[in-house]
Design a protein around this ligand. Structure first.
Ligand code: OXD
Ligand code: MN
Length: 601
């Protein structure tokens, strides 16, 4: 950490030039300092010692509580403002001169209006506070897709968290050189007033201005703001893709394959990324490794014309409730040290707890707001959206290629949703175009974890609805166009782990057993498994799945592997809402695929 003297900054003297060699970054910093008027400016150079220092300062300032030093070495608890506990899509805007860029699915603000409003809010907002300068790289440095961002923030929590979630430090200036191509991320928690909360993206200026929230997705601007919303627009212009996908490595039969998978929230994405194979598979040498758990940047390499992917992040920001040693042992190990816990319960001995961590709740603790809590008090102890922020290097199943600038080749793309009926356990699309249609019409039932009615089917194209930083119709076009760069393309699959029987019970056991479906997927991609042609796509027969030692009802499973004509009809009809929302702007490929599906009825 280096203090930048304010007077020197104003005059752009040698001291500042030595710290920040990039003239564009210097000029922008000076502008933001004039606007926000912080008491002092601190440049974070990255590294473990610095992060420990930030955390210690945070303890002093009441931002962090230090947890049990033996049970949870170098772990801290952070409590966010109770009005600031989740991404707020209603305050999230795509800002451009024309609404057309944002399209029908984003909140839009005219960029001139947005800048005027935000300049007013940011003016003097850091008086008496420290402004942290956080240069960071998204993606392994040296990767063809690696991007530099610089976040200016008045939040210690953000400064400490960005050191986990990104490659933080002056190395970013090395990657940047003299270039002006960095994302300008300006952030202030200010007074955390939800009435004055704005997360504004300026795709044409490669900038994010976030005001009034300290919550992860709204405040750690490298993640959803840069790596998804702005990157999706950059990718559209430059011929690559930023997707809400995990990336997993699969070691099997002496081969190593990689898959990328997109699931809407509460569909088990982190569990799938960290899947532990069932005993039988482990004995046969199967192993799952994690490249990423949330975001994938994908491009087609020019040598083999193959789709490759990197994880732009360096850490995980995972949901805690329901996570335990049975459901996700790798996640539990990942967060055993050097982790920031947000909005969990604090036990008297300095350990933490959340619903589902253990079968029996603690007798007493402090809840996520710091109030005394007992099991019968009628409130949850941890917030339903409580999180852990942990470096990916803590993951015992981290893939050796997670830091490889050249990324990993993608064999299969998997889309998944939570559907009790109507959508089968697994199918493979007939081709890339049909796969894009399957992704574009992806749907999931709302769960009790979210507000509103449960069990309502919502369309969430590619699980990207809140994260497409431009016009959704152009986004679909871009998916179709990507195929043209590839010699051969990954198979595109659709899964639904959540089919229920007539008693409302899950038919498929899920978790580690999902590897059985993954086996069929990988074998399909290498021409080793049979697929039955159905109306919906290629599907396994019972005998095409490895069901050894698995306790499932065969009849129910067979039903989950059938396309029921009524369900199929209903899917086509309800997916039509998306077509109506996009009015005349649906790419013609989508319309043709839909017609083909109708003709198969
Ligand atoms: C999300 C997240 O909201 O990853 O999707 O935090
Ligand atoms: Mn996510």
């Amino acid at each position: 950490m280096q203090e930048i003297p304010l007077a020197a900054l104003r005059q752009d003297q040698g001291a500042v030039t030595a710290l920040i060699a990039n003239a564009h970054a210097r000029a922008w910093l000076r502008e933001c300092v004039e606007l926000c008027q912080p008491h002092n400016v601190v440049l974070c150079g990255g590294g473990e010692t610095e992060r420990q220092e930030l955390l210690a300062q945070g303890v002093q300032a009441g931002v962090f509580v230090r947890l049990h030093p033996q049970k949870l070495p170098r772990c801290y608890l952070h409590r966010s403002h109770p009005n600031d506990v989740a991404r707020t899509e209603s305050c999230t805007f795509i800002c451009s001169p024309q609404q057309e860029l944002a399209g029908p699915t984003n909140h839009w603000m005219d960029s001139a209006t947005a800048y005027k409003k935000l300049r007013g809010l940011f003016h003097g907002c850091m008086a008496g506070r420290t402004l942290y300068v956080l240069p960071f790289v998204m993606g392994p440095p040296g990767s063809p897709l690696a991007r530099v961002g610089i976040q200016l923030t008045d939040s210690l929590y953000v400064a400490a968290s960005m050191g986990i979630m990104t490659r933080l430090g002056t190395a970013a200036f090395k990657q940047l050189g003299e270039s002006n191509a960095f994302t300008r991320c300006l952030h202030s928690v200010a007074d955390c007033n939800p009435e004055r909360r704005y997360i504004c993206h300026f795709p044409l200026d490669n900038a994010v201005w976030s005001f009034g929230s300290g919550y992860g997705g709204n405040a750690l601007l490298g993640k959803k703001c840069l790596a998804l919303r702005l990157a999706s627009y950059l990718g559209y212009q430059e011929g690559w893709m930023a997707e809400h996908m995990l990336i997993s490595g699969v070691q099997w039969n002496g081969e190593k394959s990689y898959v990328a998978a997109a699931f809407p929230s509460a569909c088990g994405k982190t569990n799938f990324a960290m899947l532990v194979p069932p005993e039988r598979y482990r004995r046969a040498g199967w192993q799952i490794t994690t490249v990423g758990d949330d975001i994938a940047w994908l491009w087609v390499d020019k040598q083999e014309n193959r789709l490759r992917a990197i994880n732009p992040e360096a850490g995980y920001f995972g949901v805690l409730p329901g996570t335990n040693w049975k459901t996700n042992p790798n996640a539990m190990q990942t967060m055993a040290h050097d982790t920031i816990y947000t909005n969990v319960a604090l036990l008297p001995d300095g350990d933490v707890w959340w619903e589902g961590k253990t079968d029996t709740p603690p007798d007493a603790c402090l809840d996520w707001t710091g109030q005394p809590w007992t099991p019968h008090c009628g409130r949850p102890a941890a917030h339903p959206n409580s999180r852990f922020t942990a470096p990916m290097r803590n993951n015992p199943a981290l893939d050796p290629a997670a830091e490889d600038p050249n990324g990993v080749p993608i064999t299969a793309i998997i889309f998944g949703g939570r559907r009790a009926t109507g959508v089968p356990l697994v199918y493979q699309s007939f081709n890339w175009m049909h796969g894009v249609y399957a992704g574009a019409t992806l749907s999931s039932e709302t769960t009790a974890a979210a507000t509103g009615e449960t069990g309502v089917v919502r369309r969430d194209p590619m699980a990207m609805l809140p994260f497409i930083g431009y016009n959704i119709s152009e986004y679909f076009h871009h998916w179709f166009a990507m195929r043209k760069q590839m010699y051969d393309c990954p198979g595109i699959f659709h899964v639904n782990w959540f089919r229920r029987n007539e008693h409302g019970e899950f038919i498929w056991p899920g978790y580690g057993e999902n590897l059985r479906i993954l086996e069929w997927i990988l074998k399909r991609c290498s021409g080793q498994a049979y697929g039955r042609e159905t109306r919906l796509g290629w599907m396994p027969r019972l005998e095409d799945l490895n069901l050894a030692d698995l306790n499932v009802n065969q009849q129910e499973l067979e039903a989950a592997l059938r396309v029921d004509p009524e369900g199929f009809k209903n899917e086509i009809l309800t997916a039509g809402e998306l077509f109506i929302q996009l009015a005349g702007e649906m790419p013609k490929e989508m319309i043709f695929i839909r017609e083909l599906l109708v003709s198969r009825l």
